[in-house]
Write a protein that binds this ligand. Structure first.
Ligand code: ZN
Length: 272
């Protein structure tokens, strides 16, 4: 007999999983440390691509700093969210509905709203996706690649829906639904920065840079777009897939890498 997946059943299963998880914490904590994967097979440090004995060492690349940006750029990890236009807000919540502010965001004038909607893709749905205010001229839904897989689609990577053709998507609110032919994107990783801060680093709006995130799972994020505006505060925006891949906590610093230094750091044997 098929089970019906109702809320009570989901809650029962969740509670049981939680009980089992709590019971396993002690054994996890008492597990002795193991050899890290990088040295496990040979006992020697891992080599670069194609077994190169002298891999590129991006951690040694020079980072850009200035008196205006002395300690790196804080990273903000954007969870899936959406921005609404007036017409779509009306359709989802009722005529002239005013979104309620939940809390301010780091960038001046931006805020998270109390309201959420369901986002519907070709074969799946994401519940309780947060709306960010204020209202915009065009509705834009931003998801990570993992979110998109749940919707069974792979929307383009764009800075905004004004930059190119986005994917179609449906939205379900308490008072109605909308279906949009070009609103779903994966946001291009970018850095908000004031014009003066950018200039102090030798950068300007539209530039693309490599950004290093230090740490045990540290990464270099290539092709990160500079968005310079007089009202911006220095902050890097990446999505949850990117943040999780690098083990990032919101607010930890990232560092713009000097591209010319990185080029000089290439492996001379395999040019990787
Ligand atoms: Zn942003």
């Amino acid at each position: 007999m098929a089970l019906s997946l109702n809320e009570d059943l989901v809650r029962l299963i969740s509670d049981e999983v939680l009980r089992q998880f709590e019971g396993s914490v002690d054994s996890i904590n008492s597990t002795p440390p193991t050899i890290s994967p990088a040295t496990q097979s040979t006992g020697q440090p891992a080599t670069g691509a194609f077994g190169c004995p002298s891999p590129r060492r991006p951690a040694e690349s020079r980072v850009l700093t200035s008196s205006l940006v002395p300690n790196g750029i804080p990273v903000g990890v954007s969870v899936r969210h959406l921005h609404l236009c007036r017409a779509d807000c009306d359709a989802l919540f009722g005529p002239d509905y005013e979104l309620r502010k939940l809390n301010d965001l780091y960038q001046h004038g931006q805020y998270a709203c109390e309201e959420t909607v369901a986002v519907v893709g070709p074969k799946g749905l994401l519940n309780s996706v947060r709306i960010l205010g204020p209202l915009r001229n065009k509705t834009q839904v931003e998801v990570a690649r993992t979110d998109a897989i749940r919707l069974d689609c792979l929307p383009p990577i764009l800075l905004s829906v004004n930059e190119g053709r986005a994917f179609p998507v449906g939205l379900v609110g308490p008072r109605g639904t909308v279906t949009l032919d070009s609103a779903l994107i994966r946001a291009r990783r970018h850095i908000h920065i004031s014009v003066d801060e950018a200039a102090s680093l030798g950068l300007r709006d539209g530039d693309e840079v490599d950004v290093k995130v230090p740490g045990g799972q540290g990464l270099i994020f290539c092709n990160t777009r500079i968005r310079a505006h007089r009202d911006f505060r220095a902050e890097m925006h990446i999505d949850t897939d990117e943040g999780n891949a690098a083990g990032i906590c919101c607010g930890q610093p990232a560092f713009i890498v000097d591209n010319s230094a990185a080029a000089h750091g290439r492996c001379t044997l395999c040019a990787v």
